[in-house]
Design a protein around this ligand. Structure first.
Ligand SMILES: CCCCCCCC/C=C\CCCCCCCC(=O)NCC(=O)O
Ligand SMILES: [Zn+2]
Ligand SMILES: [Zn+2]
Length: 522
């Protein structure tokens, strides 16, 4: 070792020491002097005077609960799988339509409810309210599911709806037939009890959400637009109740999605001359493509934690963390870079830190002794709210940086706008009130939906889109989305039905109470 490099190492060591010292002093100073800033998640409306609208309560006999469960199981047992935009399970979708008509006779025979098929297999229900001055709202869910293979390690066949220890197993139990059946079951019960809404609402059930919703949601929106419909808000699938999923958070939290990430699907391809495998070139097309893919994986997109709505999530939840996390979450202006490095270690939380990179398909070769002429890979990016589709494409090009690799955008869109979630945000507050009415122990916070939903097609006819259902997720449950052993507890499915039953009635409020209106009442 030369004297020069030893000096340099000592200098670097002293620099780190000095930085750590300054950092510790700053933290101590802040702890001692700065009043920790936290949102009071329940401020304002909690004390406000709410107009009472939930006049009808839901009491179910053991037989009714059995029927409710049987209806849900029947829905799971129909394999309404979407494979590609042009390959959906049409006969299963027809069978599903038959099931809905059979198990929800009130809805389909009611003179109040208008039912239309859209794009052949999607459903649009219109339930007119008695007061035309109130702006309508819309509930969304989707009928289709992603494929599932029992051989991947399912504890029960994915379309069996088998009951194991109080859970129903099956593809679609949390994505998203619990909402499809939950919404309609709630409406069926309300109609049976003579309910008529004050505020008009729509229910949209897409049949191709898992393959972009181009025939279902897109056509429903076209139809509503042609009728001049504007919506107060839309509620779709997305976030959920997280119970133990966020490390360090004291108690469960309901995250209501106020935005969703953007998306880009990029195709990388390499064309090379084919030939005999006994005389291979130094680099094959597969090798060139594999290196490009590896470069994308090894160079993740930049950390952007704190620059999007995820910041609001952590600030709202800060008061539910113990120290030192509470302090860190309450001072993200200082700690975002540090927190990013912790969150990026796990896939579920990494999704909140950056645009994610997922290599989902890789195809090449036809025979073991032929050098293939073509290799292709598909990479799916989920774009952080603080980035644009264009910026992601530029980064992909510069990371691949090999003219032999063709880079094409298959499809993509920017992150969705941020819906309002303040005290005067009608949809957010109605959802929050309904959640807290059922689960007073929950903290409610705005969140960002890392997956995409049909609701993104509705952005021209509403300002406010929310993504939430009260599905309870414990550690390991988020991985069941599109994974193995997707399941829901019977208790939770019943809660979902009750949630929509209450939500529909809560929407009949004419307007929200003024903020802080109840604070002086003693
Ligand atoms: C705040 C940090 C921890 C948050 C943990 C989040 C838990 C995530 C819960 C649910 C997963 C999100 C799924 C969203 C719905 C996706 C719908 C879908 O599959 N759409 C198709 C697609 O995105 O390709
Ligand atoms: Zn879904
Ligand atoms: Zn899905």
């Amino acid at each position: 070792m030369t004297g020069h490099s030893a000096q340099w190492k000592l200098f670097k060591f002293l620099k780190v020491l000095l930085f750590s010292f300054i950092f510790s002093i700053t933290v101590l100073f802040l702890v001692a002097t700065v009043r920790t800033f936290t949102f009071d998640a329940d401020a304002g409306l909690q004390l406000g005077k709410w107009e009472n609208t939930t006049a009808i309560s839901l009491h179910l006999s053991p037989q009714q609960r059995k029927n409710l469960l049987a209806n849900f199981k029947a829905a799971i047992q129909i394999p309404t799988v979407s494979f590609t935009e042009t390959n959906v399970s049409t006969s299963a979708l027809r069978e599903f339509d038959g099931l809905l008509r059979k198990v929800f006779p009130k809805i389909f025979s009611s003179s109040l409810v208008q039912h239309e098929m859209v794009g052949n297999y999607s459903h649009l229900f219109t339930v007119p309210g008695s007061d035309p001055d109130l702006e309508p709202y819309m509930l969304l869910a989707h009928i289709d599911v992603v494929p599932a293979d029992e051989a991947d390690g399912w504890d029960a066949p994915p379309f069996s709806a088998q009951e194991i220890n109080g859970f129903i197993y099956g593809r679609g139990t949390i994505d998203n037939k619990q909402s499809v059946m939950g919404i309609l079951q709630a409406l069926e019960y309300l109609l049976e009890r003579g309910y008529t809404p004050r505020r008009t609402f729509y229910i949209g059930l897409g049949h191709d959400e898992e393959v972009n919703g181009l025939h279902g949601a897109v056509n429903i929106v076209k139809l509503l637009k042609s009728r001049g419909v504007k919506l107060q808000y839309v509620l779709d699938e997305g976030l959920a109740v997280l119970d133990g999923v966020i490390s360090g958070l004291d108690g469960p939290a309901a995250l209501i999605g106020i935005s969703e990430k953007g998306q880009a699907t990029v195709k990388l391809s390499v064309s090379t001359p084919p030939g005999h495998s006994s005389m291979p070139p130094r680099e094959s097309g597969i090798g060139i493509l594999a290196s490009a893919v590896k470069r994308l994986e090894e160079n993740p997109m930049p950390r952007l934690f704190g620059y999007g709505p995820e910041r609001g999530t952590f600030e709202h939840l800060a008061h539910k963390f113990g120290l030192p996390l509470r302090f860190i979450m309450s001072n993200l202006w200082l700690f975002s870079p540090l927190l990013s490095r912790v969150l990026e270690r796990k896939p579920v939380t990494n999704a909140f830190v950056r645009t994610t990179t997922a290599v989902t398909m890789f195809n090449s070769g036809v025979k073991i002794n032929i050098i293939p002429s073509y290799a292709e890979a598909f990479v799916n990016f989920r774009i952080h709210s603080a980035q644009t589709l264009q910026e992601v494409l530029e980064l992909v090009e510069s990371t691949v940086s090999d003219e032999r690799v063709k880079v094409e955008l298959v499809n993509g869109f920017d992150p969705l706008p941020i819906s309002s979630y303040d005290e005067q945000a009608f949809g957010f507050q109605i959802i929050k009130k309904t959640v807290q009415g059922m689960f007073p122990q929950l903290t409610v916070a705005p969140g960002i939906c890392v997956g995409n939903t049909d609701s993104r097609h509705y952005k021209d006819i509403t300002q406010d889109i929310y993504r939430f259902a009260p599905s309870w997720f414990k550690p390991g449950d988020p991985q069941r989305f599109h994974g193995v052993n997707e399941r829901i507890s019977i208790k939770n499915y019943e809660e979902i039905v009750l949630f929509y039953f209450q939500l529909i009635q809560n929407n009949d409020i004419r307007k929200l109470p003024p903020p802080h209106s109840g604070q002086h009442e003693l």
